[in-house]
Design a protein around this ligand. Structure first.
Ligand SMILES: Nc1ncnc2c1ncn2[C@@H]1O[C@H](COP(=O)(O)OP(=O)(O)OP(=O)(O)O)[C@@H](O)[C@H]1O
Ligand SMILES: [Mg+2]
Length: 381
């Protein structure tokens, strides 16, 4: 895991959206650390968070196809640019999609076109919470895995790259499994490479889970939000805990080779880090998260994100940026105040949305308030 020490505060100082969803041309220059976006349903608040989420590797917080992000009345292309305060000082990050003929998005750092979006993780770290995650503890394991991998990526710049490299190799192996004449030699090559990525993924996940456990064990509180016990369940994560990394790689490569028959029958790779799951216990109640009430689950999710933000800050020296979509609406007034207080003491930039201005009444005088209406944003302080 890379442990670069940074002293700068991770902050977006200028954000520009071009033909992104319902925003034709938008420029924001937030001043405070708490950025509050309020306005009616459909105004374009979540769209702004989604645009920001594309400043790190991946497909953004809605994980939708890039062509869907282009403004309907536009020409089919979109762009997001930002000036950010990062570990290396100021940087200009940009990402764009050039229309339906394009296969992927382009990424530029300080005006230089980059080979892939992976480089963005060297500059920004980010965590987000959206209403779609409200059923995270009850839903499919893949959602929990994605959520947890984002937590890992919030302090490990290489993690997202390992996850996408593994997925690409696995897609190749899955295609091979479906061919009538199976190429054992090619399968072996792919499996060796998959094992390398898989072990890096599992090591990083175990490290993240241990960091979080250490954070909670230290008695650090998340203000109004509960602590949790997070447990990883995965064959590869167990291998990594039991063996040195090189041996774990050999063991997983052997597991893959041994399961070729079964995998060919099922036409997919049945064993690997893509099968891991995460279970969470609500600490103070000592109850599995999926049995907690809706409000308790939400509070626990916020608690996990705040804890991870602090844990990441302890490792990197700077907290990740937080995108909190409709978080305030779920909380009573005391908890809302508690959230703003926790965010202020964490010292991170947090972008929050809500339908009502009053939801942010307690965010303090230094908060930056924007009213969003039909894709137009008005500065309100
Ligand atoms: N590609 C697109 N082009 C133009 N408009 C779009 C596109 N994709 C989505 N929209 C519209 O953007 C609008 C704003 O969406 P967004 O999710 O940001 O709203 P919101 O302000 O977060 O609302 P809510 O309070 O309901 O969550 C929606 O009306 C949606 O139809
Ligand atoms: Mg929204």
């Amino acid at each position: 895991m890379s442990k670069q020490r940074v002293s700068a505060h991770l902050t977006i100082t200028r954000l520009t959206l071009t033909d992104f969803r319902n925003h034709a041309n938008l420029r924001l220059e937030p001043t405070g650390d708490l950025v509050c976006l309020y306005g009616p349903n459909g105004a374009g608040k979540t769209n702004i968070l989604e645009a920001i989420s594309l400043l790190v590797p991946g497909r953004g917080l809605r994980a939708q196809d890039f062509h869907l992000l282009a403004r309907l009345e536009g020409m089919g292309a979109w762009g997001v640019a930002a000036e950010v305060q990062t570990s290396e000082g100021e940087a200009r990050l940009g990402t764009s999609f050039e229309g339906s003929a394009a296969t992927t998005r382009k990424v530029a750092v300080n005006g230089q076109l980059q080979k892939s979006s992976g480089i963005l993780a060297q500059h920004l770290k980010m965590l987000w919470l959206t209403p779609a995650q409200d059923r995270l503890f009850m839903g499919p394991a893949s959602d929990r895995r994605r959520f947890f991998d984002r937590m890992v990526a919030s302090f490990n710049a290489e993690h997202a790259g390992h996850v996408s490299a593994f997925e690409k190799l696995m897609r190749e192996r899955n295609a091979l499994l479906q061919q009538p004449r199976f190429d054992n030699v090619w399968a072996g090559t792919l499996e060796t490479q998959m094992a390398e990525q898989a072990i890096a993924i599992a090591v990083a996940r175990n490290e993240a889970a241990n960091l979080l456990a250490k954070h909670f064990a230290s008695g650090a509180t998340q203000g109004a939000f509960p602590w949790g016990v997070l447990q990883l369940h995965g064959e590869i994560e167990e291998l990594v805990a039991a063996f040195p990394a090189v041996q774990a790689e050999d063991e997983y490569a052997k597991i893959l080779a041994d399961s070729r028959g079964q995998d060919r029958a099922q036409q997919r790779t049945t064993k690997g880090p893509h099968r891991a799951d995460i279970s969470v216990l609500h600490g103070p109640k000592s109850t599995p998260a999926e049995l907690c009430s809706t409000g308790e689950q939400k509070a626990l999710l916020i608690g996990l994100v705040l804890a991870q933000t602090q844990a990441a800050k302890d490792v990197l020296g700077a907290a990740p940026i937080l995108l909190l979509d409709e978080v305030a609406a779920h909380l009573d007034e005391a908890r809302r105040r508690g959230l703003f207080a926790s965010l202020a003491s964490l010292g991170c930039q947090a972008w929050m949305t809500g339908t009502d201005e009053n939801l942010f009444a307690e965010a303090g005088a230094t908060a930056c308030r924007y009213e969003v209406k039909d894709g137009i944003v008005h500065v309100r302080n």
